[in-house]
Design a protein around this ligand. Structure first.
Ligand code: PHE
Length: 366
């Protein structure tokens, strides 16, 4: 009994003095390992008489528990010391500059769409979207362009070989105007929305790409007339180009889905080889540039969309988003928009922190 006590105390003392995890583990194996002396003693229990076992078993178990507890305590103490040492020696220098990781940027088209959403939200417009894969009813028929209408041919449409379940021809939408129909059908009236998105036409040169972006505007309410259209476009363009001297000229035009239709020109001058909007196109050194198509929504379109044209009237407009971006931020080749060239994106892209807001300004720094 004394011998067991002595041996246990010696072992516990050695454990408490162990300087490393390795030393501690060696001591653990010596006592509690398969061949360890405590394990050997445990094995002797089987050969004892019941009386003897009743006396010895608690002593041996006691030794085992004392040693195991000492090992756990020492392990925890070594871990704590190790943590203390790390905390004292391993420091992070927060004054060092952040590492130079590759940076993405916001594409000017995305930036301009955010700017548009912000400006029109302030005028009470919601943002709607529609599918890029359309059917010919939404893209043409409901917009007052029946099967044989010559305007259909002018759209250079990409058609799919398939028809949908209703037998409608499927196509890539050629403009955002089908969202007019979808909005009126889904939401009824009144309506005040813009609909930005991709559109597709089989056309390609420095100012045309097969995919480009438009934003549609639609207002449906009671007693809407051309005055509302002109004020809305003026307010929007002044906010977008951040100039009070934007001057518009409305010219009679033709779109099947508006009646009357109005082509909107904007006055500009050329400064350092760049077109800068502002001033009347009739002023000296100035000229007019065609900017967008618009008009009073044709009553047949309102009917196609399931509303009563005697009750509801409205105006609509459609404008190229890429074109707006080029005019505002000075790019001259549309094709570069979609090349994905890192140098172009680094130059014309925006920081994600440059969020257009009405309070901070929608004219981000290019
Ligand atoms: N959808 C026409 C286009 O793509 C633009 C437009 C929209 C004209 C709405 C009038 C009204 O050219």
């Amino acid at each position: 009994m004394d011998e067991l006590n002595n041996r246990t105390q010696t072992a516990v003392a050695a454990i408490e003095a162990a300087a490393t995890h390795d030393a501690l583990d060696t001591l653990r194996v010596e006592a509690l390992g398969k061949q360890g002396w405590v394990s050997q003693l445990m094995k002797t229990l089987g050969k004892m008489t019941p009386e003897e076992r009743q006396e010895k078993a608690p002593q041996i178990q006691g030794a085992r528990t004392a040693i195991a507890d000492a090992i756990d305590a020492r392990k925890a103490a070594l871990d704590a010391a190790e943590l203390e040492r790390k905390l004292a020696t391993e420091t992070i220098d927060l004054t060092l500059p952040a590492p130079q990781l590759p940076k993405g940027s916001v594409h000017p088209v995305s930036q301009v769409m955010d700017e548009l959403a912000e400006i029109f939200a302030d005028l009470g417009f919601a943002v709607n979207t529609g599918p890029e894969i359309e059917d010919d009813w939404h893209n043409f028929t409901a917009l007052n362009m029946p099967e044989s209408h010559p305007a259909r041919a002018m759209h250079d449409t990409f058609y799919f070989p398939d028809h949908d379940a209703d037998g409608r021809r499927m196509l890539l939408r050629t403009h955002t105007s089908p969202v007019q129909i979808r909005t009126m059908v889904a939401e009824g009236a009144p309506v005040r929305i813009i609909a930005p998105g991709r559109v597709y036409r089989s056309d390609s040169d420095a100012t045309h790409t097969p995919m480009f972006h438009q934003v549609e505007g639609l207002v449906i309410d009671k007693g809407i007339h051309l005055g509302h259209l002109k004020w809305t476009l003026e307010t929007f363009l002044k906010a977008f180009f951040e100039r009070e001297d934007i001057v518009l000229r409305l010219r009679p035009s033709y779109f099947p889905f508006t009646e009357p239709s109005v082509e909107v020109d904007v006055g500009f001058e050329v400064v350092d080889g760049r077109r800068v909007l502002g001033g009347s196109g009739d002023a000296p050194g100035h000229a007019w540039m065609e900017l967008l198509g618009s008009g009073v929504v044709n009553r047949r379109v309102i009917e196609f969309a399931g509303l009563d044209p005697d009750e509801w009237q409205g105006f609509a407009f459609g404008v190229g988003v890429d074109r707006l971006a080029m005019l505002k931020y000075g790019m001259d080749d549309l094709r570069a928009f979609f090349d994905g060239d890192r140098r172009w994106l680094d130059h014309y892209g925006f920081s994600p922190f440059d969020q257009p807001t009405l309070s901070a300004g929608v004219g981000a720094k290019a």
